[in-house]
Design a protein around this ligand. Structure first.
Ligand SMILES: CC(=O)N[C@H](C=O)[C@@H](O)[C@H](O)[C@H](O)COP(=O)(O)O
Length: 503
């Protein structure tokens, strides 16, 4: 271990930075917070302002915060800040090391930190910034700025970034939104050298608001939610209370997605219910990540670019909004109010396309990129077609077209029932593909039940064919298949419930 690594604090750093201008924002209170943190087991402190740094006796990560007119960089932006912190006795000097416009280069700040005999900590937001900092020669990388360089601040800490930062062989400080002991412990499990906690320990205002908000949310439960389900063909708007749809309207999905007119159309649908709801949820086809909506398969719905739908809905309706992939929302709907009834489940909708959602351990799994459960996008073979290309309603219609029968899925089923062999072959082939995918899902996720929804998925003949394929599978690997029960309202019920949980 190098001499500098020896001086890096371990365990817990407590950030003692009272809310600026708040009732605790004075030096005496900072010192009291610092002493209390030390008595509780903190090994070091993160302190803002060189005067405050001088007043405390634990190893200190010192910073100076400034609001500059021409740069968004706030943490220790100037060489004179580094100097003052070092003179005040900081062990570590932390600087904002994000790739944003700044008055002084990161390299210059780093030189000064080391020249003054302090350890240098880079407060970064991305893995590329971490790499830059490691290459420049910083001793410590902190995830401090993750979530704070634009867009809505996430609720969870960036544990994935902690793990990635380990690659550079530097000490890693997990910092930012480690608001519970178990999240802090998880950061250590992911390879953090030390965890820095601020708000949850020293921001009385924040901790108080967490409790106050939770109580207010509870008090508002039982109020209706405005829910949308925006699919490739239909858009449904509903006023929902728990499992009950109080009212609903359905229109063909307008193609001017994301335009002002389109938002006006949504507002028009919800007009009769104005004033009756206090949050809005939208279940949408395609990919939803960080409140933005984009297309996974533009053939289903051509969503223009990456749409900040969550924020837009919030400003359009003036209440808190939540958006989610439609199949994931439907999985949650079936779990809360439908055939899932509290069981670990996978919900698959097989209609014009194929979507899916996973609920495990009482949580909707969305995954790191919100792809979890998107079965239709899985490849049948590497470089080959997606499952959706062959086994969906559209896929079956394409196969029928190739066989000289330009019919949709519904008519293909009629033809099959009428004994047409070409139709039987198409249905069997789709059912076989789906059965294989279901076995793989069972092995990968091992749910108690897989629920089939959508026009094709709920077709009795299709379900029989799938069941027939599964009889050849080892019973230990064979999934339990049931029909979903909520039908076209599952996504709206699910997203309304998710929106309310987050409220
Ligand atoms: C982004 C930024 O300016 N973070 C600041 C850095 O000094 C502080 O406001 C945070 O409180 C500190 O990072 C600890 O994080 P949390 O309070 O979430 O435990």
């Amino acid at each position: 271990m190098t001499a500098s690594a020896d001086r890096v604090p371990r365990g817990l750093i407590v950030s003692c930075q009272p809310v600026t201008g708040g009732p605790m924002d004075d030096r005496e209170t900072i010192v009291r917070l610092a002493l209390a943190a030390r008595n509780g087991g903190a090994n070091a402190l993160r302190i803002e302002g060189y005067v405050n740094v001088a007043a405390c006796d634990l190893p200190i990560v010192g910073i100076v915060k400034r609001d500059l007119a021409d740069s968004p960089v706030r943490i220790t932006p100037l060489v004179e800040d580094v100097r003052a912190l070092a003179e005040a006795g900081a062990t570590v000097v932390a600087v904002d090391a994000t790739r944003r416009a700044r008055p002084v280069s990161i390299a210059e700040l780093l030189r000064e930190i080391h020249a003054r005999g302090c350890l240098a900590m880079a407060d970064i937001a991305t893995i590329d910034e971490a790499r830059d900092a490691a290459q420049l020669g910083f001793d410590i990388i902190g995830t401090t700025m993750s979530g704070y360089t634009g867009g809505p601040v996430p609720e969870e800490p960036d544990l994935a970034l902690v793990r990635e930062c380990r690659a550079f062989g530097k000490a890693v400080v997990a910092e930012g939104r480690y608001n519970t002991p178990s999240l802090a412990a998880e950061a250590i499990a992911r390879g953090a050298t030390v965890v820095c906690v601020g708000s949850a320990i020293t921001w009385t205002e924040h901790v108080t608001s967490w409790f106050a908000d939770a109580l207010a949310r509870k008090a508002s439960q039982g109020r209706p939610t405005l829910a949308f389900d925006i699919g490739g063909t239909k858009t449904l708007a509903a006023l929902v209370n728990g499992a009950v749809v109080l009212d609903q309207q359905v229109i063909a999905t307008p193609r001017d997605l994301g335009t002002e007119d389109w938002f006006k159309t949504l507002e028009g649908l919800a007009k009769p219910w104005r004033g009756s709801y206090d949050c809005v949820g939208a279940a949408v086809t395609g990919l939803v990540a960080n409140g933005r909506w984009s297309a996974l398969n533009p053939a289903t719905l051509a969503i223009p670019g990456s749409l900040p739908l969550q924020d837009k809905l919030e400003s359009q309706f003036g209440v808190s909004a939540f958006i989610c992939n439609d199949a994931q929302a439907a999985a949650w709907g079936e779990y809360r109010f439908g055939a899932g009834a509290g069981r670990d489940l996978i919900f698959l909708t097989i209609s014009s396309g194929i979507g899916g959602g996973i609920v495990s351990g009482g949580r909707l799994l969305t995954g790191s990129r919100s792809l979890a459960g998107s079965l239709g996008q899985t490849l049948k073979a590497f470089g080959g077609n997606r499952l959706e290309d062959s086994a969906s309603g559209f896929g079956m219609a394409r196969a029928a077209q190739r066989a000289g029968h330009p019919l949709d899925a519904k008519d293909i089923f009629y033809a099959r029932d009428a004994g047409q062999s070409w139709a039987s072959e198409i249905v069997s082939s789709a059912a076989t593909d789906i059965a294989g995918a279901l076995v793989n899902l069972q092995i990968l996720v091992d749910p108690e039940v897989i629920l089939l929804g959508g026009g094709v998925g709920r077709n009795a003949a299709f379900q029989e064919e799938v069941a027939e394929c599964l009889t050849h599978i080892d019973p230990r690997l064979r999934p339990t298949i049931e029909a979903a029960t909520l039908g076209p309202i599952s996504g709206a019920l699910g997203v309304a419930d998710l929106a309310r949980i987050r409220l």
